[in-house]
Design a protein around this ligand. Sequence first.
Ligand SMILES: Nc1ncnc2c1ncn2[C@@H]1O[C@H](COP(=O)(O)OP(=O)(O)OP(=O)(O)O)[C@@H](O)[C@H]1O
Ligand SMILES: [Mg+2]
Length: 1006
Amino acid sequence: MEVKTSLLDNMIGVGDMVLLEPLSEDSFLENLKKRFDHNEIYTYIGSVVISLNPYRSLPIYTPDKVEEYRNRNFYELSPHIYALADEAYRSLRDQDKDQCILITGESGAGKTEASKLVMSYVAAVCGKGQEVNKVKEQLLQSNPVLEAFGNAKTVRNDNSSRFGKYMDIEFDFKGDPLGGVISNYLLEKSRVVKQPRGERNFHIFYQLLSGASDDMLKKLKLERDFSKYNYLSLDSATVSGLDDAANFRTVRNAMQIVGFMEDEMQSVLELVAAVLKLGNLDFKPESRCNGMDESRVKDKNDLKEMCELLGIEQSVLERAFSYRTVEAKMEKVSTTLNVAQAYYARDALAKNLYSRLFSWLVTRINESIRAQAKTRHKVMGVLDIYGFEIFEETDNSFEQFIINYCNEKLQQIFIELTLREEQEEYVREGIEWTNIEYFNNAVICDLIENNQNGILAMLDEECLRPGTVTDETFLDKLNTICAEHQHFESRLNKNSKFLNDHSLPHNCFRIQHYAGKVLYRVEGFVDKNNDLLYRDLSQAMYKANHSLIKQLFPEGNPAKVNLKRPPTAGFQFRASVGTLMGNLQTKNPNYIRCIKPNDKKAAHIFTDSLVRHQVRYLGLMENVRVRRAGYAFRQAYEPCLERYKMLCKNTWPHWKGPARQGVEVLMTDLQVPAEEFAYGRSKIFIRNPRTLFFLEEKRKQCLEDLATLIQKIYRGWKCRSHFLLLKKSEIVVAAWYRRYAQQKKYQKIKHSTTVVQSYTRGWQARKLLRELKYQKKCEEAVTTIAAFWHGTQVRREYRKFFRANAGRKIYNFTIQRIMQKYFLGLKSNLPSMSPIDKSWPARPYSFLEGVHAELRRIFHLWRCKKYRSQFTEEKKAVYEEKLEASELFKDKKALYPSSVSQTFKGDYLEMVKNPKYQKLSSAIDEKILLADVVNKINRANGKSSPRLFLLTKKSVILADQKTGQVKTSLPLPDLSSVSTSTQSDGFFALKLKEVRRKWFEVYLFF
Ligand SMILES: Nc1ncnc2c1ncn2[C@@H]1O[C@H](COP(=O)(O)OP(=O)(O)OP(=O)(O)O)[C@@H](O)[C@H]1O
Ligand SMILES: [Mg+2]
């Protein structure tokens, strides 16, 4: 349910000045201050929004706020710029009315910020989609680009717009943005070459030098140091809270989004760099033979670099700073320029270069953001024009005059449109209207713009007049023509009442603007209005080999030389302001009146006198009075009835019938005096705010009662709903439980049935199985009986064909046959005769097991016998020896297996044959059984000595190996034992009996 609220809810002071009671300038200011102190920077005067600059960011521009104000009526919520933007957007979208948002106020009052807020709000609430978002983004991103090139720090504002901007945003029938067109008004180009104290040049110069990469600066032939450039004032080159380097990146990014090509951006920066270089050009006089001085460029390095940047031939530009060609019909005269003229030419070129670049930027942005579709558009125009400016004393020049003229026009359109709108509303609603006195500044506008004797016309006349024209001659002219005008003041006029006014210097004139008196110094008026650029310079620029420069100076094209003077600056401005005013008058106006709370650019400070001054000249009091003269408050019948219907029993809670009748019943019931209000066609008009407050007060009381009633009903409703909910839940729970119980019961029955069924089926199946098994057994018995029966029958039938014992005979015969086959097979498969051959044919039948083994044994014994029978007596002895050795050493000495194959010689030394041992062998008279060389180990020291070892049947003899002399002879009975080791060595030990103590043990080895 949508919550209906009102501007009147939770008001701080009054949200709408029309409701201020009592109304006076003091109460007006007090109300503004009270609201300002509570961060309520917006206040209404009817449909006009007053905006106070908070000089700090407030959390009132969040997406939530956008949603809050979206599609809400103007007076529904507390005053906000979003409410105005929403109202304008909705009446554009829904009622097809073109809108314009006029933002006025003096410099630093917050116009540019307000215009951006309006644009961002509209962008947030209008349609979405890829294409639409791109358009929105381009429209929004045009702001940083234009601000970089057209804004500068001034003493009043760190981001002061130095040009006027009017932007038409175009929408389709659905309210989706299609594109836009930007118009720019008179850039303050004098700033390029000179800035007042405490002010800066345009932001872009500082942004470029701070933010560009070293590489880029090198390409642009620039240095980062601001002090290197004459055109950049140094006293406030850096502004606190302004990050030039970061802003440079933002601007480049914005240019990209808007659709600038990389080479276009480069060209633009080249031009900016060229302006800086231009400022560094210095001139020196050079005497000519005719006695005149001619200017020459002093240091040509900057000139050279600038020419390289712009692709201009250096000599051409150099000449243009020394000579000036004047063309008249058929004649061409060349005159020299002195140093002062050269400086003038240089500055004029810099100003022109920059201002034309700025206009080109606007045109280029327009190319990108222009609506593509050719269908009819609805338009919302946002005007952010420079604010009214009054400098100290005599610092106001041509620019301020133009700016203030523009503000004068805007004030007039404000007066005209607000009054007209007010009047029209009364007429529309059929309400009687009485005229209100207010100051109409049309008379000041006339003083400035009148075609015959207006100041601008005088200036033009003076500029075009042949003969000597100076600012003084212009002032003389003004003095004669405008002297009588009540808003013009000058001392030079003989009849002037200001003859003794010392605050008015002789070279100045003063205009009483709607916003106050402004003293203008005439110096420079003629020049600035002429805005002349020597043709030689424009031609030099046209010759440049740089596509952008060429475009900016079309008049330099020699083929299109135009001898007619170009329109003056004043004329152009008057024309464009005229077009703008015409344009604005066709649209439904929405006003934002910006007010600057203090001169210090500081938050929380409300300077009473400053605000009072602005309130005065903006005519805000008159605005309120006009608004209240007829009726202070008006409201459509429906919302009025909706808001106050609770004050009367007949209209509460519902009124069935037209809303107007309802309001009539309500007012009668409340006994509001008839002169306090009037019934219009669609609205009720309340004359006095008191009446409204009376209604509000009553409503507040009634709301409290209603709140109790609502509370009561709500509580009752809540309890009842709770009870009903519980009841409903109980039914649901019961239903579910019953269902569950039934389900369980059913499942139980189903389960039991299945069990009974399965038992029955099992029992039936088993019974059937038994029967079938019985049947099968019967069938098998029948078959067996039948087989036996048949067997008996067959045997009985065939018995007569068989003799008794045939079986045994057949058996014996079979056995014999098998045995015969076995023996024959064995005979042919007998193994070899070698006693060590272990093979034996396989056993054919298991019943031959015993026979087969026995035959194998017999065969082996026989084979061995056969083998033995071939032995001679010697061989037999050898084998016996071997047998003996086997019994002694087999499995006891590791060396034994290797000795089996060696034949035992005994006399290895061949004692008999060997002459060496002849003597020894003759000394032994017994038969030598064994002779060999051994090493005797000496038991005392473990040393060994070779000995001849001889064995006879009776003794063991050890003899010297060399001499063959017997060393020891041991009778065998003296030996108690001979031992060997189990290892694979040749050791043996002879153990002697006790008698041979000395030789108790002898260790020998082979
Ligand atoms: N609504 C706002 N919220 C916060 N700060 C604001 C607001 N409006 C203005 N300001 C501050 O005030 C400064 C000046 O505002 P702005 O540039 O809009 O003034 P202006 O009226 O356009 O001045 P000029 O005529 O010199 O261009 C801004 O830079 C910003 O710091
Ligand atoms: Mg601005």
